[in-house]
Design a binder for this molecule. Structure first.
Ligand code: PLP
Length: 301
């Protein structure tokens, strides 16, 4: 429950997610989140079959909306979410409207988190179930100042997307229990967050974030085919840095190479750019001015 006087979250159901809703009903509908919505036999609940996106909204503007929607479709394709439907396309235009509606319905706040979730729907049905939920964000001030990060082995090789595509590495599915467990392991080890590594010794991503590393005038992130989510935030910062004359590229780096770098960040759409202050206990340089600049770019300014 939100704290007293906190702005109320907004929930928009999207019955028209793959075309006309049954019975010609509304394509999207604002409802009270306290009323039961989800069927207990929804495959999202019983099998974890669903995909999601989390979009940052800053001063009322949803940042990188189209990129998030494209990635939602990519994740849906990867898990064959619409296999029982007569279309393989989510109505991304309708989802965009649902996001805008949720933002309009919410109280004006500087930062809003908007989640889009699409599940495979009820076991007995063929229609996916979709909703958009907007809520005022947690306070990320501390994380944006810096994170103590530990590396944790994800147990998969850097070749995983080629050798074992059924493991769905790089799909943004709602099965995030492993990611959350890794976060708790970081806390047990006295850290704030995790940098996953491959079983063959390369850096991947955080449980909810992308790795960005600076080496002089070069910025490096993990290649998606190593099994990471292609980040929207890193794409924005690559565009910004390329325009500033830097070289930006995807490459596999070892933890030792990150330790020898001129700076590293964990990036995501809501927490934004969080500099890594320590990796496995070793201090890394932090460029506050560049971090502040990154966070202006990621707010869409
Ligand atoms: N990697 C994972 C596993 C994530 O869950 C996320 C975001 O939630 C990211 C990377 C960062 O993606 P983006 O910058 O698009 O928010």
């Amino acid at each position: 429950m939100p704290a007293h006087n906190a702005p109320s979250p907004v929930l928009v159901l999207v019955p028209g997610i793959v075309g006309d809703p049954d019975g010609g009903g509304e394509a999207l509908r604002v409802v009270d989140e306290r009323d039961a919505q989800l069927c207990v036999t929804d495959l999202g609940v019983t099998r974890g079959e669903g995909v999601f996106e989390t979009i940052g909204v800053f001063d009322g503007r949803a940042v990188n909306m189209r990129a998030h929607l494209r990635r939602l479709q990519r994740s849906a394709d990867m898990i064959e979410l619409l296999r029982a439907c007569d279309t393989d396309q989510l109505d991304l235009g309708l989802l965009e409207q649902a996001v805008q509606r949720a933002v309009q319905e919410h109280d004006d706040v500087p930062e809003l988190t908007v989640r889009i979730i699409v599940t495979a729907g009820d076991e007995a049905d063929t229609r996916p179930f979709a909703w958009v939920h907007a809520r005022a964000v947690d306070d990320w001030t501390q994380a944006r100042r810096g994170l103590r990060v530990v590396t944790l082995d994800r147990g998969l090789p850097s070749t995983v997307t080629a050798t074992s595509p059924w493991l769905l590495a790089g799909a943004k599915t709602i099965s995030y229990a492993v990611n959350m467990a890794a976060g708790r392991e970081a806390v047990r080890r006295g850290a704030d967050d995790v940098l996953f590594t491959t079983s063959d010794g390369y850096c991947l991503e955080g449980p909810t974030s992308t790795l960005l590393v600076r080496r002089g005038n070069e910025f490096v992130t993990t290649p998606p085919d190593a099994g990471v989510l292609p980040g929207t935030s890193v794409a924005s910062l690559f565009a910004d840095r390329t325009a500033a004359g830097a070289r930006c590229r995807e490459a596999l780096l070892t933890p030792q190479e990150v330790l020898e770098a001129d700076g590293a960040w964990l990036l995501s759409s809501v927490r934004l750019a969080a500099p890594i202050t320590h990796l496995d206990g070793t201090e890394l340089p932090v460029d506050r001015a560049l971090t502040d600049h990154f966070n202006e770019v990621l707010r869409g300014r």
